[in-house]
Write a new protein. Structure first.
Length: 139
């Protein structure tokens, strides 16, 4: 069995964003030379997420609005975590809802997706460099 590891780096200037990273993961898969196996893609920061869904701008706006209604950024004083000097408690909660990682099957050298599925990086506390781990195992 082969193993491949690569880090993808992001620096989102705004507080929140959803970035389609499917093509970057596909590049990793080609670099790995693996044709049958599994791809793990996970956010290596506790205020960011990786998830699979449709690449449709209205859906992303719905996510942003829905997440902000579940865990609004302001007022920052509403969160115990922010009493430590941070202002990102909402980002931790949003990450918990959206998830840490995804696993995708690799079949015949391709990501084995269902219809419309794409991989996204979700940023909830931007303004600094963060990374996503891509780990591929298989033959």
């Amino acid at each position: 069995m082969k193993s491949f590891r690569k880090e993808l780096w992001f620096n989102i200037p705004g507080r929140r964003a959803f970035i389609n990273i499917t093509s970057q993961v596909e590049v990793c898969l080609r670099e790995s030379g693996i044709h049958e196996g599994l791809v793990l893609v996970n956010a290596m920061h506790i205020t960011a997420s990786v998830f699979i869904n449709d690449d449709e701008s209205g859906l992303h706006q719905d996510y942003d609005r829905w997440l902000e209604s579940l865990a609004p950024h302001a007022p920052v004083g509403q969160y115990m975590h922010n009493r430590t000097g941070e202002d990102n408690a909402d980002a931790h909660l949003k990450r918990q809802v959206m998830g840490r990682e995804v696993v995708v099957a690799v079949t015949n050298g391709r990501l084995d997706f269902g219809p419309w599925e794409q991989i996204f990086y979700g940023e909830f506390d931007g303004g600094r460099r963060k990374r996503v781990l891509v780990k591929i195992i298989g033959e």
